[in-house]
Design a protein around this ligand. Structure first.
Ligand SMILES: [Zn+2]
Length: 346
């Protein structure tokens, strides 16, 4: 059974290719963090090596060993140790040494299964040297070898790499699919399931982790509070924050983009509340605070800042100077009209 959730198109495509014996030599699974890329890659590795047929049965020795990360012919490269917070730790580049090891192993016959499968997690972290090295294997793939690259953003990969892989896009999982999964298969209370299914913004892996680990949603709230405080703090403190975030960007750009997306969601929610569409907000656990905050701005100010965050994300994507981008963003924070709200009507 394919156990990736909410990706019927991707599963159908792979299943069809397996049935017709037309699997590509290399795939690129693209989709936002926690959407199911690694689960799908493991499923495909199981399907190729399953002892029961061409579906991943999930029960045979081979499927079980692959799921447990113990199968000699299935390797995951570039995976980060789980920090337990659901957020990846500092990311490291995938070195040329790791790719050379892959090439060496790819030249050997499968050891215990039928196919050797190499999964390259966070393929954005291939540096130029290692990407060029990998190209050789992608150009002349050894028989019985499948390479699967996982990436949140394929714009960061060398175009020559992308063009040699079959691209499979994983779309955000609909909130109701996630809610149903949490309630029906993971026995999560309906209220919690509803909240997590919205908060994860289509990244079902986050919702599942959050339902197992209370710290995740708590950390998220803390980070949101920190962002909200920026709104009322002095410009100096905002610049300090920008400096801190820019330093973090150099070590782990994904985590900085994640902060900005969190902020973007918050401001989008403010707009929804302001326009009387609170039922569509992402931060369902913060509705009261959102209502309070929404009083401090007009629609144009909220829209303007949403655009500013979007622009910052785009500029970071295009490798603009992170400190400059973040400082400009700090300058764009609209002033809350707190005085006006608090002042008793005279
Ligand atoms: Zn099996």
């Amino acid at each position: 059974m394919w156990n990736v959730i909410g990706q019927p198109k991707a599963v159908e495509l792979l299943r069809h290719s397996l049935e017709s014996g037309r699997l590509a030599h290399a795939y690129l699974f693209v989709g936002q963090p926690h959407v199911g890329k690694a689960t799908l890659a493991i499923n495909l590795a199981q399907a190729l090596n399953c002892e029961q047929g061409i579906e991943p049965c999930g029960q045979c020795r081979s499927c079980l060993r692959i799921a447990a990360g113990k199968h000699a012919d299935v390797q995951i490269i570039g995976r980060l140790p789980d920090t337990g917070s659901g957020e990846a730790g500092p990311k490291k580049e995938i070195s040329i040494g790791q790719i050379r090891e892959l090439q060496q192993a790819a030249g050997l016959r499968p050891y215990e299964g039928k196919h050797r499968v190499f999964i390259i997690d966070s393929a954005e972290h291939l540096n130029e040297e290692s990407a060029n090295c990998l190209l050789k294997t992608l150009e002349e793939p050894p028989p019985e070898v499948l390479i699967i690259l996982l990436a949140a953003n394929d714009a960061r990969l060398l175009p020559t790499i992308v063009s040699r892989c079959q691209r499979v896009e994983l779309l955000p999982v609909p909130a109701n699919t996630i809610e149903q999964e949490l309630v029906e298969h993971r026995q999560i209370e309906p209220d919690k399931a509803k909240a997590f299914s919205r908060l994860c913004r289509g990244g079902i892996g986050w919702a599942i982790s959050a339902s197992l680990n209370e710290r995740l949603p708590q950390e998220r709230s803390l980070r949101l509070n920190e962002l909200q405080e920026l709104v009322t703090t002095s410009l100096d403190k905002r610049f300090d924050f920008a400096t801190k975030l820019a330093a973090q960007f150099n070590k782990n750009r994904d985590s900085v983009e994640e902060v900005l997306r969190l902020w973007l969601d918050w401001w989008r929610d403010l707009l929804l509340v302001k326009e009387g569409c609170a039922e569509f907000i992402t931060n369902v656990d913060q509705e009261e605070t959102l209502v309070q905050h929404s009083e401090g701005y007009n629609v144009a100010e909220i829209r303007h800042f949403i655009e500013a965050i979007r622009a910052a994300l785009e500029q970071l994507e295009q490798n603009a100077n992170p400190r400059l981008v973040l400082e400009v963003l700090m300058l764009s924070i609209p002033n809350r009209e707190e005085e006006r709200i608090k002042r008793p009507s005279a």
